[in-house]
Unconditional design. Structure first.
Length: 420
């Protein structure tokens, strides 16, 4: 039922506040606007729609758009490279614009002006409390766009509806059903089996400094009481095994099963046992960069055999000591790799832990460069699981780096290990 609407002339303006640099398409705006416009037209109003683009993507919306045109709703396109506030004015009860399709300046009598505004994310702190990541535009981020679209990266938290991004009712209900069935899977079990890769605290080494608490991307570490006096508790059920806490602890008070410091250092030593100057020590994560190397193999892409891969669960497990050890042992180069991190977002499987890798890497790069390591011998590279070609290209590039280094070393014009 269309409520009584005053006046004869109704004008809609689409994309108000949407499709700016930081906010995307609201997705439901065009369909909802055209539905309302058609109802008003059928109620005998003179209805105009001022649009930037018409994006009626959901089922039967395109048909509704055509029907609105047939029944006399008039559509005018404002400058699609601008925003309505810049190209539409409202002097003396008439809307003025230049129609881009005809190039004609129009003045449209208007009794009721309807602004079709986009959806803004909630400004509340539940996301911060639950440690759920947000996307660039402020909506909550899913674990993976294809493999985990209804769940947050933190285990046991599910997403449904417009908390994730603007959706129509149909999409919201479909996602809510998916989220409910995922949650049901957990609730229907008496016990939940976890991977055995969870962090263990060595209590007698821990000085309760609390540095590991904010480092954990899943809120799995708690400091009860005051710094240095209280108690540190690792909640095993919430731990996903990224190893970030072990990387930041300066007291070796965190043990990561299967990825202990001793195990990783032993791998570095073994990788550099022979002709270390010709080797690239490559640290990979379990989810993107290591599968990227696998993908290169699956595609049978060849690259020189100078790389020695050491797999971690997350690039955030990396410690400065690992890089230092590699250079002490004479590595030609060290390459840190992980899931993609760009200005638009992160593919990290551990709730943006690779942002911490990025920050630490910048610090390490400056530090090792100051110590005499040539900048190109320590590099960072993001690689997704499907990017076999990109992986092979990076390996070729690093091969060049170590070949040049080995040559300079032989000629006596390059330094060896970092100055202390
Ligand atoms: S960073 Fe290490 S020493 Fe500090 S509280 Fe955490 S586990 Fe303990
Ligand atoms: S391993 Fe990762 S998820 Fe587990 S406690 Fe440490 S930082 Fe948190």
């Amino acid at each position: 039922m269309m409520p009584d609407v005053p006046g004869e002339h109704v004008t809609f303006i689409g994309c108000v506040g949407s499709r700016t640099d930081s906010i995307g398409c609201c997705r439901y705006g065009c369909t909802s606007m055209i539905g309302q416009a058609l109802k008003l037209r059928r109620a005998g109003k003179k209805v105009r729609v001022l649009y930037r683009d018409i994006r009626t993507f959901s089922r039967e919306s395109e048909e509704m758009y055509e029907q609105a045109l047939r029944e006399g709703v008039q559509f005018f396109r404002y400058d699609p490279d601008s925003t309505p506030d810049k190209v539409i004015t409202y002097p003396n009860g008439a809307v003025a614009l230049n129609d881009k399709l005809t190039g004609v300046d129009l003045s449209i009598p208007t009794d009721l002006l309807v602004l079709v505004v986009g959806l803004q994310p909630q400004e509340e702190n539940v996301a911060e409390q639950l440690r759920v990541s947000r996307s660039e535009d402020g909506f909550l981020l899913e674990r993976h766009p294809k493999l985990g679209p209804a769940e947050a990266p933190s285990p046991g938290i599910y997403l449904a509806g417009t908390v994730q991004y603007p959706k129509d009712v149909r999409e919201s209900i479909a996602q809510a059903l998916a989220a409910a069935s995922k949650a049901g899977l957990i609730l229907s079990r008496d016990t939940i089996e976890k991977e055995p890769i969870t962090a263990h605290l060595v209590e007698d080494k821990c000085i309760k400094c609390g540095i590991c608490v904010p480092a954990c991307p899943f809120g799995a570490i708690e400091l009860i009481g005051k710094v240095k006096e209280g108690q540190i508790v690792f909640h095993e059920a919430a731990c996903t095994g990224c190893g970030n806490c072990a990387a930041v602890c300066n007291y070796d008070a965190v043990i990561m099963p299967y990825f202990t410091k001793e195990q990783i250092l032993a791998q570095i030593d073994a990788a550099l046992a022979e002709k270390p100057e010709e080797k690239v020590v490559v640290f990979t994560c379990n989810w993107c960069s290591y599968p990227g190397a696998d993908q290169a193999g699956i595609e049978k892409i060849q690259y020189p055999p100078s790389s020695r891969i050491i797999k971690l669960m997350c690039s955030a497990r990396l410690e400065e000591e690992f890089i230092a050890r590699a250079f002490e042992k004479g590595a030609g180069a060290v390459l840190v790799t992980g899931c993609r991190l760009t200005e638009k977002g992160s593919d990290c499987h551990y709730n943006y832990a690779n942002q911490q890798t990025f920050k630490r890497f910048q610090f390490w790069h400056r530090k090792f460069t100051r110590q005499g390591i040539e900048p190109e011998r320590l590099q960072l590279h993001w690689n997704s699981a499907s990017e076999g070609k990109e992986w092979a290209a990076k390996m070729r590039e690093m091969h060049e780096v170590v070949q040049n280094y080995a040559k300079k070393l032989a000629e006596g014009v390059a330094s060896g290990e970092p100055a202390s």
